[in-house]
Design a binder for this molecule. Structure first.
Ligand SMILES: *[C@@H]1O[C@H](CO)[C@@H](O)[C@H](O)[C@H]1NC(C)=O
Ligand SMILES: *[C@@H]1O[C@H](CO)[C@@H](O)[C@H](O)[C@H]1NC(C)=O
Length: 318
């Protein structure tokens, strides 16, 4: 009991401290101006992180990071790994430089499967785990610790740890609120959050007006990018009841050529087309077609004036 009260007070003090000094800064950091991350977040690789001064239990740290999302356009959570080798290495290096122990956003409920707080499985084969970790049944939360080998080298590894122990922790920015991460990108499905169906141009304007963190912009989603799982997108971002969904493809000129909004050709030989599409009848905007009877997804060309749901995607500014 005594311990619980102390931790709650700690959490309150920590939050009050940050909220009086830095809310404005955090808010600025989520607007599309300038580059880099704003205090108390720091830039590491392609992401913004907050390395806490406070020491909290795993659960209090989890809530602390989540609380930083309030009123912001990006979601903020405990930091995670398992994105790309480069992102993982960048964060490990930043932790090593700090020479401190931090909670990160991984946990096991059943003592077997470790999960990131965004629901992804923690890769149990990844080399960010220390030697024979995880190895304690009672330690069900993920912590990073700096390991020095005979003063020859110093590296950071992941360990299982007792969730109740107070520790520093790391918060990170993720996909903007309402966007979900699929592979390397963040996507927003309009019907997920109750946005009415719109004609193609209005849908595009809507995506482009979204504030999606500095250094990024949003537009209608495209297919065929490297590291983008097109099948997964076509399966998971369409409304379950079938029909058409706007994406970022248009007809190019007068002929029967199409392109994605980033200028890449949408080849007429692409296997994504429905078998009789495009029919070159003058329709000029690209939809994803969800054929629920066949359980297949295709692209097709339709007239841009009809209102459909749409998918926005977040891109890095170039
Ligand atoms: C952040 O900005 C939004 C709108 O710009 C505002 O509604 C919100 O209250 C601000 N949050 C904080 C914590 O200042
Ligand atoms: C890192 O911290 C440990 C103990 O917390 C200390 O012994 C060591 O000297 C520190 N290393 C550096 C490079 O500061």
């Amino acid at each position: 009991m005594w311990q619980t009260v102390t931790l709650l007070m700690l959490a309150t003090v920590a939050w009050a401290d940050l909220s009086t000094q830095t809310n404005e800064d955090i808010n600025t950091s989520v607007k599309k101006t300038g580059s880099g991350c704003h205090h108390p977040f720091v830039t590491v690789g392609s992401r913004c992180y907050y390395f806490s001064n406070e020491e909290l239990s795993f659960e209090d740290a989890f809530n602390y990071c989540g609380g930083l999302s309030n009123g912001q356009v990006v979601e903020i959570s405990l930091a995670m790994f398992d994105y790309s080798i480069q992102e993982d290495q960048d964060l490990l290096d930043a932790i090593t430089a700090r020479n401190e122990t931090f909670w990160i956003g991984g946990k096991t409920e059943d003592g077997n499967q470790w999960k990131w707080v965004d629901g992804r499985d923690v890769n149990i084969e990844a080399t960010f785990w220390f030697n024979d970790e995880p190895n304690e049944v009672d330690n069900t939360c993920l912590i990073t610790q700096v390991y020095n080998f005979n003063n020859v080298h110093t590296r950071t590894y992941l360990y299982d740890s007792n969730c109740d122990d107070p520790s520093h922790f790391i918060c990170q920015t993720g996909c903007p609120i309402h966007f979900r991460r699929l592979g390397d990108y963040c996507y927003m499905m309009s019907s997920d959050i109750g946005i009415p169906n719109l004609p193609w141009q209005d849908a595009r304007d809507y995506c482009q007006a979204l504030s999606v963190y500095e250094g990024y912009h949003a537009d209608l989603a495209v297919l065929g990018l490297p590291n983008q799982d097109d099948y997964y997108i076509m399966k998971h971002l369409l409304t379950s009841h079938g029909g058409n969904t706007w994406v970022g493809g248009v007809k190019k000129g007068e002929g029967c050529q199409f392109e994605w909004l980033d200028g890449r050709e949408l080849a007429i030989g692409s296997m994504f087309w429905l078998y009789h599409e495009p029919d070159c009848s003058g329709q000029d905007h690209i939809v994803l077609i969800n054929d629920v009877n066949l359980n297949r997804r295709y692209i097709g060309e339709v007239d841009g004036t009809t209102a459909y749901p749409f998918i926005c995607q977040r891109f890095k500014d170039v």
